[in-house]
Design a protein around this ligand. Sequence first.
Ligand code: HEC
Length: 289
Amino acid sequence: MKSSALVFLAAFIALSASWGGFVLAPQLQLGRAAQVKTIPAQDNYPVARPGLAAQGAEVYRSLGCVYCHSQSVGQDGVKCEIVLTDAGTNAIATLAALGKFNAELGKPTTLALLPKAILQVADMNAADPILKAISSAGAKAQVLVSALGPDMARGWGRRRTVAQDYLYDLPVQPGSRRAGPDLANVGWRWPDANWQLRHLYAPAAEVQGSTMPAYRFLFELRPLGKPAAASALQLSGAFAPPAGFEIVPTDAARALAAYLVSLRADAPLFESPFTAPAAPAAATNSPVK
Ligand code: HEC
């Protein structure tokens, strides 16, 4: 065995290179990931899930929801729109400044009906000189940054998913299959825990033609108590319980619904920015777009 040292060396190099690539490098990149500040609000992000929602993550895991649902939003690029908000007092100077970037914008119609998106640029570097020119002419403008891509078009998120989004999740459940919608922001689309419960009990009651399996075993059919349980589901039509009965969520169902409502990776971050529109309504029966 003259070559045994060579075999050993080759095996050693192969194993240590893969350990370096798969264990050491990710640990160096992400092992010390910590809370970050949102922009521009400077809030801490993310915050740990509330207790019930953290229990719900285990229910989600045990029921294999991850086989049909991803929690990872992709993004192709960004769109930076310059919105003119105030024409200032010197219209001629403003139009002259704008005309330098685009001859069409030098026309007086640009200043009608403000605020209005006047230009679209690739990134903030391209936006900066335009903003400077506008403000030195005495006018005001702001930049609206929005993420682009098929996932955004489907309404699944406002920015791509980044490592911080999973900071307090152990294990992380990004999923890889999408038989159903991505759930990274489902708590933003459906912030009402009762909607989540009704959907788990009978997906088709909430989404016409839904092919998601019903999780009836997370609920109990109980004879109607006096008084009726406060948590009983409000179901109507074909999905309503028989007369004299009520459908009450188990603890696991309530935890799972709390977890789903807590899924909202929608804070604007430095590494994944967007301009946040006004906050959606607290509880609603229709998806927030
Ligand atoms: C066999 C695949 C499958 C499994 C397993 C599954 N789902 Fe779904 N899910 C779907 C499909 C398809 C839809 C889209 C139709 C609908 O909204 O009901 C959906 C929709 C949803 C929605 C609504 C999303 C939205 O944006 O409207 C939620 C919330 C949800 N599922 C949660 C769960 C949870 C929690 C589990 C595990 C207990 C689970 N799903 C398991 C297929 C699945």
